[in-house]
Ligand binder design. Sequence first.
Ligand code: NAG
Ligand code: NAG
Ligand code: NAG
Ligand code: NAG
Ligand code: NAG
Ligand code: NAG
Length: 664
Amino acid sequence: MRFSHQSLSGLVLACAAVSVAAARDDATKPSIVLIMSDDQDRRLGSTDFQSVLHREIFSQGVEFVNHFATTAQCCPSRASFLRGQSAHNTNVTNVHAPGGNYDKWVQAGLDEEYLPHWLKKAGYKAEYVGKFLNGYNIINANITPKGWDHVDALLDPYTTYYNVPVMSQNGERPVYYQGFHSTDVVRTKALERLQSLVKGSEPYYLQIAPYAPHVQNDVHHTIPLARHMDLFPGISAPRTPNYNPDDEHQASKGGWPGTLPRMNETTQQTADKAFRYRAQALQGLDEIIEDVIAMLDANGKLDNTYVIYTSDNGYHIGQHRLPGGKALFYGEDTNLPFAVRGPGVPKNMTSQIPGVHLDLVPTFLDIAGLPEADWPSFLDGRSLLPQWKDPAGSSSGVGAGDGNSKETLNVEFWGSCTIEAPEGRELGAPFKNTTYKTLRMLGDRQSWLFAVWCTGQMELYDTAADPYELVNLAGKPEHEAVLSRLNALLLVTKSCAENTCRDPWAVFTPNNGTDEKVATMKEAMDTKYDAYFASFPRVHFASCMQYQDIANEQPFYPASAGTEKGLGFANRRPTDNFAFTTGGVAITDDNFHGTPEQRHATLEQVYAGARNLTDEELAAPAEPKKGGKGNGGDGAAEKRWGSRSCPSGLDLAMINTQIFLAHR
Ligand SMILES: *[C@@H]1O[C@H](CO)[C@@H](O)[C@H](O)[C@H]1NC(C)=O
Ligand SMILES: *[C@@H]1O[C@H](CO)[C@@H](O)[C@H](O)[C@H]1NC(C)=O
Ligand SMILES: *[C@@H]1O[C@H](CO)[C@@H](O)[C@H](O)[C@H]1NC(C)=O
Ligand SMILES: *[C@@H]1O[C@H](CO)[C@@H](O)[C@H](O)[C@H]1NC(C)=O
Ligand SMILES: *[C@@H]1O[C@H](CO)[C@@H](O)[C@H](O)[C@H]1NC(C)=O
Ligand SMILES: *[C@@H]1O[C@H](CO)[C@@H](O)[C@H](O)[C@H]1NC(C)=O
């Protein structure tokens, strides 16, 4: 093995050819620390188990109870957040090919313009520790996530094995942190970065993204730190009114949930255990919050730092008979824990003001003081900073349709979807007919959830009267007027961009071609507009496909949105037949790490048992799936980690990857 660390660092530097604006010395700009958990619900009460989150963030800031993901799965949700674009515009729509993953993100060139690049324009340092995008793995680790001043990311396929943490720092050779739980490794590394950032003179953005409380895929539940494994004896998943509902309610569900049998005693007990493991795993998140706050405080930086807590998507356990998982449009999967403390944010408040992850990029650029002229033109969200500072004020605008509120939000999904429970396969997972478009409206007077499945089935819930989304009103004549408005809106939001995402009502001209507009659902419901809204074609799919295909999703409104003028085409490269990489697992460890002694582990301790992955480990055959085969075993590791030339993402992927050809 002739792997040379020296030449690699040189390579990383030389390849980081992105122009970095000279950092301005602006000590007064607030810094931002974002702590993002993985797959954490709000609606099942997971945050009730986080006393530190309550004490240090909820009580010291504002909890926004109507914050949503616009796509309820890790990779697409994170990609949308980092780009500030809806999934239909990034076209990163699933966790694996053809819909998504890190290789697609790179090959589409989405990494050339996203959050860290823009923060750096504003004079910020930008750093990332933890899980990045699915598919960032031991094979493509040297394709360093662009833009970050420092990035230290968990690598697939080990991401899911809590007790086998493998990470790459700035695209260097993957390192295995033997003897540690990944949440402890992420915490220790993040604190070391924070320590250096608070000592520096520049404002900074630090994202800390542990994998918890995501399931460890092979055991179908999360693995908490060993020191938390005795906590919360006897708790069970909450029996919400939509928990394991009866046939009458379930029969009206569309898509694959409509096919599920009622969960039996065994399935419920397994799900209850999974719920307890989640509560335990969240203690690891609380420890991160505790240490971050303490470090900011000790350095006199707490008052000038926004500390934000959220997740990438939500989670269900037993709702609508779904034992465990996400990827659906219901409230459990999309409504996220979300809270912020920081300069100008009032203390100990709860706010109903809606927000989505798409709004975070504009909010952060607003905080960073980047002039709007320097913002990318393609952002689909809006800054929430005014609402963070005035969460009860008149600018709240819920349902006001005044252009300051997000009355409607778009939730979408493509591709296969699983059940995160041992019974998954028996119940029919992975499911294929899972693609859908939905619209959620959050108003003072009217709240609705409207969904159209790729199978043509529809669901409509009056979420003000029926917050558990049990009674499907689609197809009921008395709700036809509402449905026609929501259908027209969804026709716009499913392909919206920029202003049409921020204010989809503005697209309509219901007053016989005059400029007069409707601004809210209340106005649109005037019976004089019945014929206008009824005239729109129904949102429709030609068939159930695993990725976004223009022909399959006709019609669009306006029609130009469904051409290469829309759907984010102008700001990304085509990814047809893109190549993707998959690494194999060579290391296992059946011990439970995260002992009490490791609670305050130092970086030296974390590195004491750490070692580089060997060439053999890097070449381990990937689990064969979908007719593809693993890569590696061809001396490729040396090419990747010892080469002097700047590899392009595509070249590398072509050297030893599966090439996805099957989807045309
Ligand atoms: C409970 O349901 C699961 C999933 O359908 C099934 O695998 C299991 O055999 C059932 N258990 C009992 C005791 O009926
Ligand atoms: C926060 O507000 C609640 C009531 O809304 C109150 O009971 C609690 O003491 C407050 N906590 C702090 C830290 O101010
Ligand atoms: C538009 O014009 C038609 C025919 O003149 C009329 O029937 C309809 O009510 C008008 N619609 C509105 C919203 O004014
Ligand atoms: C999936 O949807 C297609 C329509 O696109 C339908 O023909 C097929 O029967 C569906 N399969 C299942 C398992 O529901
Ligand atoms: C989305 O990605 C898939 C897979 O790479 C590709 O085939 C499809 O054309 C893309 N759709 C759009 C609208 O760009
Ligand atoms: C990995 O290998 C490089 C180059 O030989 C070396 O500098 C580095 O210390 C190694 N890392 C670990 C954790 O052993």
